[in-house]
Design a protein around this ligand. Sequence first.
Ligand SMILES: [Zn+2]
Length: 287
Amino acid sequence: MDLVRDESGVPLNGQTAGVLITNTGWIVPIIATTADGWQVWTPCGRTADLTEGRVVESADFVIDAGHGGSRESGAVGPGGLREADLNLQVALKIRDALVGAGYSVIMTRETDVRVPIVTRGEIAQALDPVANISIHFNAGTDAGSADPGTEMYHQIESSESKRLAGLMYEEVFATLDGYDINWVSLSDAGAMSRPNRSGGDYYGVLRRPGPVTSVLVEFGYISNRAEEELYADPVVQQQLAAATLRAVDRLVHTTDPGSGFTADPMFRGYGPSGAGRTDDCVDPKLQ
Ligand SMILES: [Zn+2]
């Protein structure tokens, strides 16, 4: 097959047909069927032949818990809460809420493992969902605020991505705004897109899924002690999952445009974060 490669030569293996849930719990895009199984893309972007696993050909939604594994904790709160762990806790509750409402859901990871960004994008492309939602918590400002600093990033070229970001912003902001704590926020928090140097989407989790409607969720700031304590509460996590389900329901069943849109930030010359790279990637045991 012909590989589509991005500007840095990384294959964008979008021409896959579903994913395989391996018997060691990995979710890998299928390239082709073989005489006794499947050829798949490994999490590190290599090919492998597998004989065991469960095929999933499509999903209504892909839920992507950001970061993961010992080398990619994401942000870490002042009390030691790892963003990767919090992302997964909330993402699992979002999956359960969506499944409970009748949607089919595949996650890019279900445990504390490293999944490169390229693989997250391939999983989304392979399943062609209504939307791919990437779950994160933020760090990096200590500017006090009366309101939550929730940020939702949408794909520049996708009106459905923009709509979902606006709906997610409404539902999540309203949920968090019910708590009277010392928030932090950037002054331009809201729903927005963020361009890279060439005008494409800066974030790989929005760029690599290609045509799949995708949104990057930054619920709030894990780096703020008051918020770290709030988000660690399973009751609050459940409320964030319920807010996500309401936004998803409105995406599917209404033409509501969403709100909270702010001006896109300027490209400020950020280099690659190193998150989700594959150059030193060691593949796990897949079966
Ligand atoms: Zn993150």
